[in-house]
Design a protein around this ligand. Structure first.
Ligand SMILES: [Zn+2]
Length: 164
């Protein structure tokens, strides 16, 4: 089932996700719905906060052919590199906007799967950026919080105007 994605500057994007402690079939269904929603919108990542659910659930697939879906429950960063990477980021919650964002180039995360099993993952490149972008959502942040104040106020003005 495709879900509605919340758009910036909706206050619900500022809420913080709670850790998941029940690993049941409704959690699995949520992740499947999130993947369907992300793929339908041609995104490479989606956090539950973006569909109004305050749980530490996110899905990611950076492949062009949508062949490598990741589902991360209760993800947290264990290590990040001093080395930085810059990517032009976009967001399904901030349509028609892309800006360069600087983030650590390499990360290691701990997370759980839909059954509660624990894993770690080392990521670099676009995957590392995408995971950090989604983790920001779970913390009530959007990527344009990470760009300069002037650029952000220009984006805010444009979005306000578009909304009338
Ligand atoms: Zn986003």
């Amino acid at each position: 089932m495709k879900l509605d994605i919340i758009h910036y500057p909706d206050d619900r994007l500022r809420r913080k996700a709670k850790f998941v402690d029940v690993f049941d079939s409704s959690l699995e269904q949520l992740t499947l719905n999130m993947l369907e929603t992300m793929y339908h919108a041609d995104g490479i990542g989606l956090a539950a906060i973006q569909i109004g659910i305050e749980l530490a659930v996110m899905v990611v697939d950076i492949t062009e052919d949508k062949s490598q879906p990741y589902t991360f429950i209760n993800a947290k960063i264990l290590h990040f590199s001093a080395e930085k990477n810059t990517y032009k980021e976009g967001c399904l919650s901030v349509p028609d906007t892309s800006e360069n964002v600087v983030r650590p180039a390499n990360i290691e995360i701990a997370y759980q799967d839909i059954h509660g099993k624990h894993y770690t993952l080392k990521a670099d490149g676009l995957l590392a950026t995408c995971i950090q972008h989604e983790l920001d959502h779970l913390d009530g942040k959007v990527f344009i919080d990470r760009i300069s104040g002037l650029k952000k106020s220009l984006i805010d003005a444009r979005i306000k105007k578009a909304k009338g």
